[in-house]
Design a protein around this ligand. Structure first.
Ligand code: AMP
Length: 224
């Protein structure tokens, strides 16, 4: 079974965390446009300079920019047997572009996992979120703290708070999600690949729900 997966959901819902686990389980790469853009900002590349102003505001980087990034990445050999897209597509136009890109490689998206959580929960999670600089593992200062403050349990890397995890930018990102990204739900429902899961519960519980969908059942029902 080839898994060409798209993870969709509001910020802070656990897409990145689950993406890392899916990568480990199925041995397929995770492509996170947010991570690629943040790395470009960090090294100060032209792409990073262009993207930074959008990211700082919680706005979307222009479609052409992210479509080019993903197009290049999907051509790499390690995507031949599947991939996990985290944070892309985020607009209908990106989803259309992705379809064309995949068509050229005679591929399609096999599963879209949409994470369902309330806005209040997202705000609660993002306000205390800390990430490892080295491995990307996510923590929460109250609900999932590391053993030692500021240090990753997994790899010893330094933890940091994302610039756009402040309340004002989070609210903006949620608005952008509702207006520009949520139309993807209908888009992928029409293609019969949408699977909605609850984003509430422990990391393990959510992972179970996703693997259940991927391995045992492809819920193609239009009213899911
Ligand atoms: P994320 O890490 O997925 O929450 O993304 C962080 C920020 O990067 C977003 O708020 C956007 O500014 C930008 N970004 C990431 N992915 C995309 C995308 N597919 N389209 C446009 N902007 C994106």
């Amino acid at each position: 079974m080839v898994y060409n997966i798209v993870l969709v959901g509001p910020p802070g819902v656990g897409k990145g965390t689950q993406g890392i686990r899916l990568k480990e389980r199925y041995g397929i790469p995770i492509i996170s446009t947010g991570d690629i853009l943040r790395e470009s900002v960090r090294i100060g590349s032209p792409l990073g300079k262009e993207a930074k102003s959008f990211m700082d505001k919680g706005a979307l980087v222009p479609d052409e920019v992210v479509v080019d990034i993903v197009g290049e990445r999907l051509k790499k050999k390690d995507c031949a047997d599947g991939f996990i897209l985290d944070g892309f597509p985020r607009t209908i136009s990106q989803a259309d572009a992705l379809e064309s890109l995949l068509e050229k490689q005679k591929k399609t998206i096999t599963h879209v996992i949409i994470f369902d959580v309330s806005e209040e929960e997202v705000i609660r999670r993002l306000s205390g979120r800390r990430l490892c600089k080295k491995c990307g593992n996510a923590y929460h200062v109250i609900f999932n703290p590391p053993d030692n403050v500021g240090v990753c349990d997994k790899c010893g890397g330094q933890l940091y708070q994302r610039d756009d995890d402040n309340e004002e930018t989070v609210l903006k990102r949620l608005k952008v999600y509702a207006s520009q990204t949520s139309p993807l739900i209908e888009f992928y429902q029409d293609r019969g690949v949408l699977n909605k899961i609850s984003g509430l519960g422990s990391i393990e519980e959510i992972f179970e729900r996703i693997t259940f969908v991927l391995e045992k059942r492809n819920d193609n029902s239009k009213d899911s």
